[in-house]
Write a protein that binds this ligand. Structure first.
Ligand SMILES: NC(=O)c1ccc[n+]([C@@H]2O[C@H](COP(=O)([O-])OP(=O)(O)OC[C@H]3O[C@@H](n4cnc5c(N)ncnc54)[C@H](OP(=O)(O)O)[C@@H]3O)[C@@H](O)[C@H]2O)c1
Length: 263
């Protein structure tokens, strides 16, 4: 596949990347961008068909990819996903913790919020990051090569959004978790960073906003449009690459100016 930059600059050729939630939306954008950069990609998702289709589309374009059916809220699935990646590719260099999002349940204001909704949202957006990062780091302990973790956060972690308190709290927590993981994993040659997107045109966003609402929101973004998954995939690739070799513990907002404009 055609590289998006000179190979020596990104340094991602043949690197092995595991992408949680790589079968659609932002994770799919990441999978395609890593493959374009020459990386070998493990696409992790609960639904096997879409993950297999993404892996197949990468292979059809000359790349190397594997689909892994796993639920990253389950510790045994996380361990198996890491094992399957190592067994298939013989290495493990990069983890993209992309799984997350709103719970899909009706989101009430804080006075109505139930504890289960809070727990599920924190589990999906924060606990999965810790579990996957632990499994990734443990699998790499004996390796004498550089590794990287890139988390997918959200601008929701930087602003107050009524009705989105658990999601915002989880994504704000991810900013802090990124810093601590970066410090603790630096001796193991693993950098840890987060990309915090604004709105991205994915099925999950379209579950909340119809076409007219999306067009209205796009007008509020200084860049003039809503991000496409590959816009975020490129930033994730950048942070995982050699171009960011001296960057760790950081959260990079990638939102076309959305947060700045919201005041
Ligand atoms: N879309 C936006 O506007 C936006 C904005 C800011 C930040 N983000 C962040 O971007 C990330 C991805 O969001 P998205 O909009 O791309 O979501 P999405 O379209 O709903 O895609 C989610 C992906 O994760 C997989 N997945 C979900 N739960 C999983 C689990 N427990 N184990 C394994 N895989 C799982 C899904 O496949 P299966 O269902 O088959 O498992 C799918 O591949 C999230 O962290 C979200 O918070 C999104």
């Amino acid at each position: 596949m055609r590289s998006q930059a000179p190979p020596s600059a990104l340094g991602l050729e043949a690197k092995v990347v595991v992408i949680t939630g790589g079968s659609q939306g932002v994770g799919h954008g990441c999978a395609l961008e890593f493959a374009r950069a020459g990386a070998r990609v493990a696409v992790v998702a609960r639904g096997p068909e879409r993950a297999a289709a993404v892996a197949e589309s990468i292979r059809a374009r000359g790349g190397s990819a594997l689909a892994i059916q796993a639920d990253v809220t389950r510790e045994d699935d996380v361990a198996r996903a890491v094992d399957e990646t190592l067994a298939h590719f013989g290495g493990l260099d990069i983890l993209v913790n992309n799984v997350g999002g709103r719970s899909g349940e009706p989101e009430g204001k804080l006075l109505d919020a139930g504890p289960d909704h809070w727990r599920r949202t924190l589990e999906l957006n924060l606990c999965t990051v810790l579990a996957c990062s632990q499994a990734f780091a443990r699998a790499r302990l004996e390796r004498q090569t550089d590794g990287a973790i890139v988390n997918v956060g959200s601008v929701a972690g930087f602003k107050a959004s009524p009705g989105l308190a658990p999601y915002g709290a989880a994504k704000a927590g991810l900013v802090q978790l990124t810093k601590t993981l970066a410090l603790e994993l630096a001796p193991h040659r693993i950098r840890v960073n987060t990309v915090a997107p604004g709105m991205v045109d994915t099925d999950s966003l379209r579950a909340y906003l119809d076409e007219a609402a999306l067009a209205e929101r796009a007008k509020q973004i200084p860049a003039g449009r809503i991000a496409r998954p590959e816009d975020i995939g490129k930033v994730v690739v950048l942070l995982a690459s050699d171009l960011a070799a001296w960057v760790t513990g950081q959260t990079l907002i990638a939102d076309g100016g959305e947060l700045l404009a919201s005041g």
